[in-house]
Design a protein around this ligand. Sequence first.
Ligand code: NAP
Length: 457
Amino acid sequence: MAYKTVNPYTNEVEHEYENATDAQVEAALQAGHKLYKQWRDGSGLTERKQVIEKLGQLLRKRKTALAEIMTRDMGKLIGEAEGEVELCASFCDYYVQRADQFLAPKPIYTASGNAYVLRQATGILMAVEPWNFPFYQIARVFIPNFLVGNPMILKDASNCPTSAQAFADLVKEAGAPVGSLTNLFINYDQVGQIIADPRVQGVCLTGSERGGQAVATEAAKNLKKNTMELGGNDAFIVLPDADIDKLAKVIFFARLYNAGQVCTSSKRFIVPDNLYDEFLKRAKEVFSSVKMGDPLDRTTTLAPMNSKKAKEKLQKQVDTAVENGAKVYYGNKPVDLPGQFFMPTILTDITKDNPVFDQEMFGPVMSVYKYHDVQEAIDLANDSSFGLGNTIFGENIHQARQVASQIESGMTWINSGWGSLPELPFGGVKHSGYGRELSEVGFTEFVNEHLVYEPED
Ligand code: NAP
């Protein structure tokens, strides 16, 4: 059985799930399509808002119990998991408040007659999601699309099945009709079959470049609109006037939150020569002060990685980096704990010909680069296949904004680590993907912008 909860702290298999049959897939398609037909003219929004309101209440009421499911699935700290549940509840509030406004017909001003655009559902959405934020990733596509009237079939990562099922059960408990969100434990071929089905009109994936390419290929073959939220190798540019004390306070969050397994966590720190030595010293202080241990213990500050496979992949990347000339400033030693822990590691001297230069290292590894003038930092930040979420840190806000405007990136944060809020569009450029989730932009990704036009006689 491919779908399993293997607790990354204890390495024990806690749950295993049977793969879905083709009959279950067909039942999900039938139920979803039936709902789409009921909802496509805009009907049922009041009831759907009530479901999402209830979902928000349930998330808040069961916060710790739900958080624990995620921690057991993929190892994240219980406090971080609780924060994730809260964030999902905030998506419920935001979209319930805004759904009427976002779905209202939009008048088009033309001298030739009367025109307006209806915002309508398009059909079932096939969502393929990763393990690193098990609830958040589902919530940010399900909540807006359910309000739009697009039912969703979910294929979640094979290592967080218990979280995926818990979220789907919660949606059902909140009163959503059967077919609104169907979580299926399916294989890649079944994902392809679902995408090819004419009842499915949209595909969204959050995951790696590899997964994104495979699923986007299926979507393209079948001419299905798709959005791709992929990886990042994001830069954190420290400007020469940065306040190092303020900066030191965000290092942990920017790189080690969720054991460094965040698409938008800063992976490449690009530091001016006047602050380089001090930056490394501060980063080492932060990295060496973490407490690894049971992620359910609230005193633990660094969680295990999500799986043995992920840890081995990261170790291989660090080994490759070092074999090709990178220096280990801190870390890269075995951790004497049974779980999938990776010692926080700081690498320097990664040159452009190092194979890891343009790779995402998805775990607690920081790469530090030195620059002399700001243009060099901008060029280095942009010298990447990815473009997801970068950070600029500096006291002169005008300079920071000016640098931000020159970064090839879907998102840039100034003087803070990465973040995600319901009203802020989330997504990337280049190999970090296309399309946006959250905000009004994400809400309308799978909306049929249906023009109605009545020319004047
Ligand atoms: P992954 O291997 O691409 O997996 C993501 C999802 O895609 C999983 O459900 C996986 O299923 C599925 N999948 C993979 N290959 C597939 C295929 N050929 N056909 C159908 N489904 C397929 O990604 P990951 O390495 O687990 O996740 C981490 C990546 O996600 C990182 O690169 C991270 O940066 C990125 N990410 C991006 C964002 C964003 O918003 N841009 C947010 C979070 C994470 P299985 O588990 O069964 O393989």
